[in-house]
Design a protein around this ligand. Structure first.
Ligand code: NAP
Length: 343
């Protein structure tokens, strides 16, 4: 290990309203010393995820808040650069939660590290084959319970989770409509991804388009955004429909909660089921899901797209891209290339 400086981005302020790059501070710390039974990893790719915005808040959500002054929590693809651990050899590629820093001890990773034998490009293990792909898989199949011939609606459809969820519904023989912001994203949905229709919520009336596109209603709505789009979707659900509540990004940067959907009585009138879920609950089945996702990728039935930004200094700005809708597909940031046989 020749490097002596560990570059870090630490959380230094709890945002009220929209997250700012100034909520993070660049720091330099010594590279950790590897003790017996431990190993050192170097970050190759950092994942930025909307959920991290919630972890910055004071109130505990489903995980404890990130303490002020600490390295920003986040998923990474990393490489083992030094090891005194029998199961982690130098050169191994691992995925884990090592945060926004260049080096970390294996023992410091939240929820441990998983060794990857790369068969696909590395950023894919943060996207389709990582948390967002698994979320799409279980959200669509287990919570949404899609079946052939159904009409399926997906919001945030050009993002990491939504784009995979929508394609899984297509693979299962559904008619799929995606909602996304902007013409370029909508063209990708109906072009390369083969969706049946797309709604540009920034330039079209979602309710009007749903009335035209789904005269018999939506059977399954996979919701990534909440807010007014959720209300429009509820208004166009079919009797007995299911709403899989995956995320509510439209409200993540609100300083105060917005009023909820005004039409929840339709859940009763139309016997609609609305269920939230968190992907870690399905952890015992991740292996099976990854096998399916990988096979669909290899067979060309599932298209993956990563939006790869570069440069450690750009991590906070890359995180903010999510809330401006600047990402197409999974947003990641490349810190370094792997070395050795993984290169
Ligand atoms: P992503 O969709 O790749 O990126 C976020 C996208 O959200 C942006 O590209 C943007 O697309 C859209 N967006 C941003 N602000 C919006 C707003 N105000 N209204 C509507 N759309 C907005 O991110 P992701 O990682 O796949 O996450 C998508 C959702 O899934 C998030 O809500 C996240 O919290 C949730 N999630 C849940 C789980 C779980 O276990 N339940 C796991 C992972 C992710 P447009 O350009 O289309 O606006």
């Amino acid at each position: 290990m020749s490097e002596s400086v560990n570059r870090q981005w630490c959380l230094v302020a709890r945002p009220t309203g929209m997250v700012q790059t100034s909520d993070f501070e660049y720091r330099e710390a010594p590279v950790p010393v590897v003790g017996e039974g431990d190993y050192l990893v170097r970050t190759l790719y950092v994942s930025v995820d909307p959920a991290q915005r919630g972890w910055m808040n004071e109130d505990p959500g489903y995980v404890p808040p990130i303490p002020l002054g600490e390295v920003m929590r986040g998923g990474t693809i990393s490489q083992v650069v030094e090891s005194r651990h029998p199961d982690h050899a130098v050169g191994d590629i691992v995925s884990g939660y090592f945060g926004w820093q260049e080096y970390a001890l294996g023992s410091a990773g939240l929820m441990g590290a998983q060794t990857i034998t790369p068969e696909h490009p590395l950023p894919r293990y943060l996207g389709v084959l990582g948390g967002t792909g698994l979320t799409a898989y279980f959200g669509m199949l287990e919570v949404g319970q899609v079946a052939e011939g159904q009409t399926v609606l997906v919001s945030g459809a050009a993002g990491a989770t939504g784009s995979v969820a929508a394609q899984i519904a297509k693979i299962k023989g559904c008619r799929v409509i995606g909602i996304a912001g902007g013409a370029e994203k909508c063209a990708w949905l109906t072009g390369e991804l083969g969706l049946d229709a797309a709604i540009d919520y920034k330039h079209e009336q979602v309710g009007e388009r749903l009335a035209t596109l789904c005269p018999d209603g939506v059977n399954v709505y996979f919701d990534n955004v909440g807010g007014s789009i959720l209300e429009s979707a509820i208004a166009h659900m079919a009797r007995g429909g299911r709403i899989a509540c995956c995320g509510m990004i439209a409200g993540y940067n609100d300083a105060a909660p917005q009023p909820g959907p005004g039409n929840l009585f339709l859940l009763i009138a139309r016997r609609i089921t609305m269920a939230g879920f968190l992907v870690p609950d399905f952890a015992p089945r991740f292996g099976d899901a990854r096998r399916d996702l990988s096979a669909w990728l290899t067979a060309g039935r599932l298209h993956a797209r990563e939006d790869v930004q570069e440069g450690f200094e750009n991590i906070p700005a890359t995180f903010l891209r999510l809330f401006a809708g600047r990402n197409l597909g999974k947003q990641v940031l490349k810190v370094a290339d792997p070395t050795g046989s993984a290169a």
